[in-house]
Write a protein that binds this ligand. Sequence first.
Ligand code: ATP
Ligand code: MG
Length: 255
Amino acid sequence: MPARIIALTNQKGGCGKTTTAVNLSTALASMGQRVLLLDMDPQGNASIHLGISIYDLPVSMYDVLVDPDKMLRDAIYKTPVENLDIVPSNIELSGAELELVNMIGRESTLKDSMDGTENEYDFIFIDCPPSLGLLTLNALTTSTEVMIPVQTEYFALEGMKKLLKSVEVVKKRLNHNLEVTGIIPTMYDVRVNLSDAIMEKIIECFGNKVFKTKIRKNVRLAESPSFGIPIEVYSPKSHGAHDYCCLAKEVLNNG
Ligand code: ATP
Ligand code: MG
């Protein structure tokens, strides 16, 4: 069976896309799933979080997108986590967005570079940048599923209409199979009543698409990127590690 290809997207910045991409990928990999993580953000945060030195990459997501002779498999690197590979990115990728504008098939260059890679993994996660530009469009065109991390705070649902509209347009014009399969509540604060009020609102909007697992606010999750290791390695007994493990089980079950 080809991989489930899952775009983690939300044009809202700092809502936990990268933290989820890295730690959900790691949790699934440690359950024996073969996982590939595509870093689609010029910030390269996911790559850094997995200990990749992004400043001198011989080949990266940039090349995959702009060079028709470079396939996705040419840019796959191993991570320190068993069963988890990555296609890293760095600031060069911001140039790709501009270069793509004048290219034929600009929304589907990622998809066109797949070359059967989807048959070699169980999951491919795409960590999207905080915008709805061509990079995110490429991610949505390639994916089978969209998962949306939503921070449980006041402005959480702001911009959600626009995001869902973009997903609808891509589904209609470029990728008929695309489905929003999950809303992931992030940075949930058990001590704050507002978190519960926002949770109610999210469930009101998205019903059973909302994962039962809430990713709690956890300082260990915020610390681990600077060490270049996922939460499961940095602090295996933390709430963060526990929550991402629960989320991974849910993702496996709702396949
Ligand atoms: P961007 O839109 O810039 O790509 P993002 O949506 O990828 O951001 P993250 O980078 O995952 O968001 O998270 C934003 C910040 O919040 C980071 O510093 C991260 O370490 C921290 N963070 C993420 N999740 C949690 C959590 N559950 N508890 C505490 N801190 C968190
Ligand atoms: Mg990010």
